[in-house]
Design a protein. Structure first.
Length: 168
């Protein structure tokens, strides 16, 4: 029997593991091995011939990261100063998984988004590579990109803030 996991199944599996009390989880197929460890000092394990090995550390963070919401007030307030605005009026785009952050679809290609770009819901804003799978991250908000907090090719953690968007 051959076992294959698509990106969605892998993401759901990692979410389930993150919500569990498991400290260590191993899954093996004919041509892959998945090891997830939490709060255990990791030591590289040699891959068996023909296997691709990946170790994923899941930090102790909430599995559902919500956008920052602005609390409305009945008292009128002064408008925020021009520019990026305060962090309270920004929505954070966070990493839904551990991986490597890429701003463009391929080396030499233009970035998905730049500072000041307007983005829409469902628009690809970056790629996260996890276990040699390229996962496009789509925006869940429309607005203006005011901060990009991660450098291209940098490893990111689950829940790490990648970008901030001023909705609108």
């Amino acid at each position: 029997m051959t076992m294959q996991l698509d990106n969605d199944q892998l993401h759901k599996l990692l979410e389930a593991i993150a919500e569990s009390d498991f400290q260590e989880f191993k899954l093996e197929g004919e041509d892959f091995r998945l090891e997830v460890r939490r709060n255990i000092p990791s030591s590289p394990l040699p891959a068996a011939p023909g296997y691709t090995t990946g170790i994923v550390d899941i930090p102790q963070v909430p599995t559902q990261v919500k956008p920052v919401e602005v609390a409305s007030s009945s008292t009128p307030s002064s408008p925020p100063p021009a520019g990026a605005g305060s962090r309270a009026d920004l929505v954070e785009i966070t990493a839904p998984m551990v991986g490597t952050f890429y701003r463009a679809p391929a080396p030499g290609d233009p970035s998905f988004v730049e500072l000041g770009n307007r983005i829409g819901v469902g628009q690809t804003v970056c790629i996260l590579e996890a276990m040699k799978l390229m996962n496009e991250l789509e925006s869940e908000v429309s607005g203006e990109v005011v901060e990009i907090l991660v450098e291209n090719g940098t490893p990111v953690e689950f829940g790490q803030i990648l970008m901030r968007v001023k909705p609108g």
